[in-house]
Design a binder for this molecule. Structure first.
Ligand code: ASP
Length: 327
């Protein structure tokens, strides 16, 4: 069998996502946006453009949609702000860029890409990263743009449980909640990620997240850390993770999967299952990954009750799934 000319896999976060928890309209809304994101990415690949462009285009759709914990709809810190993390990596060159703790970049994945392409660095954080993105002419957004009522309620519940004070709501909070009201609380977290393989056989990966609800002290998870939540190499595969970042960092999840493919010759599915179902599980962590190889293998694996996910390849139908009992 010849491998497909291009392939794309995406996730919209893993966590507590049980069939019984999602109303039919929520289920439909999530599947619609996952489809839209997969179509945005595959349109780029179908034109013959780079995997990197497909990753960025698909992540924009997910970042701009309030259902996902990335960009608009990101979870709140204990201080009632958003602190966004993102990373992107080009498997052809091993170039990578990332930002952590940005507060007013509309699309953090594009900030990560600018770090990769227009700075000598890999990772910029906080105020400096925001200033860099602005200097690069990237679109900014106010605190109100990112605001989603359901995420705020999740913060209030969490802070009440922890006996911490509830901060003031952002003043210009966007009140159009019709679509955003469909957001499901996956249990503190969520993330979006895309991996792609283009017609030239290059792979790329990108991940974008608000992190975890109620985070403090400048907490940063795995998503913007190359090798932990994001990794891409044409010698092995491209990987994006979602889950308890602290465990993903300790296991270098994304790079560990790439190493199993590159150095041990495991199939992509065997490699993702080894790291998620065996290693992450043994350490007591929860989450999932998506991955793609330069020869067109696509895989996902997660040990949570669900993971928003989709995959599509040249000549193959788009598959969109949410729960564990789906393919
Ligand atoms: N991995 C993300 C983090 O720890 C959260 C998630 O994917 O649910 O920041």
């Amino acid at each position: 069998m010849t491998s497909p000319n291009w392939s794309l896999v995406l996730h919209g976060g893993s966590g507590v996502i049980d069939r019984a928890d999602l109303k039919p309209e929520q289920d439909r809304a999530y599947r619609a946006v996952l489809t839209q994101a997969a179509e945005a990415g595959s349109a780029v690949l179908r034109r013959g453009d780079a995997a990197l462009d497909a990753v960025e285009a698909a992540i924009h759709v997910l970042e701009n949609d309030p259902l996902f914990n990335a960009g608009r709809g990101a979870v709140f810190t204990a201080e009632g702000c958003v602190e966004l993390d993102a990373a992107i990596m080009d498997g052809a060159t091993l170039e990578a860029g990332a930002v952590a703790g940005v507060t007013h970049v509309k699309n953090p994945i594009s900030a990560a890409r600018r770090v990769m392409e227009r700075s000598p660095h890999v990772l910029l954080i906080g105020r400096g990263a925001d200033a860099f993105a602005e200097a690069q002419g990237l679109e900014t957004a106010s605190a109100g743009y990112f605001f989603v009522e359901g995420r705020w309620k999740a913060l209030e519940r969490q802070l009440a449980r922890e006996g911490k004070p509830i901060p003031q709501r952002p003043k210009d909070a966007d009140t159009d909640e019709r679509h955003a009201a469909l957001a499901h609380d996956e249990g503190k977290r969520g993330t979006v990620g895309v991996v792609a393989r283009d017609a030239r056989g290059h792979v790329a990966a990108g991940t974008s997240t608000g992190g975890v609800t109620g985070k403090s002290w400048g907490r940063v998870g795995d998503s913007p850390l190359i090798g932990a939540g994001t990794y891409a190499s044409d010698r092995s595969c491209a990987v994006s993770g979602t889950g308890e970042g602290e465990y993903f960092i300790r296991l270098s999840v994304a790079r560990a999967i790439a190493a199993l493919v590159e150095l041990k010759g495991l199939s992509l599915q065997a490699a993702v299952d080894q790291v998620i179902q065996t290693d992450l599980e043994a350490l007591g962590g929860h989450g999932g990954v998506i991955a793609v190889t330069p020869d067109g293998q696509m895989a996902w694996s997660f040990n949570t009750s669900g993971m928003y996910r989709a995959r599509v390849a040249d000549g193959q139908a788009l598959e969109v799934s949410i729960y564990k009992d789906e393919p």
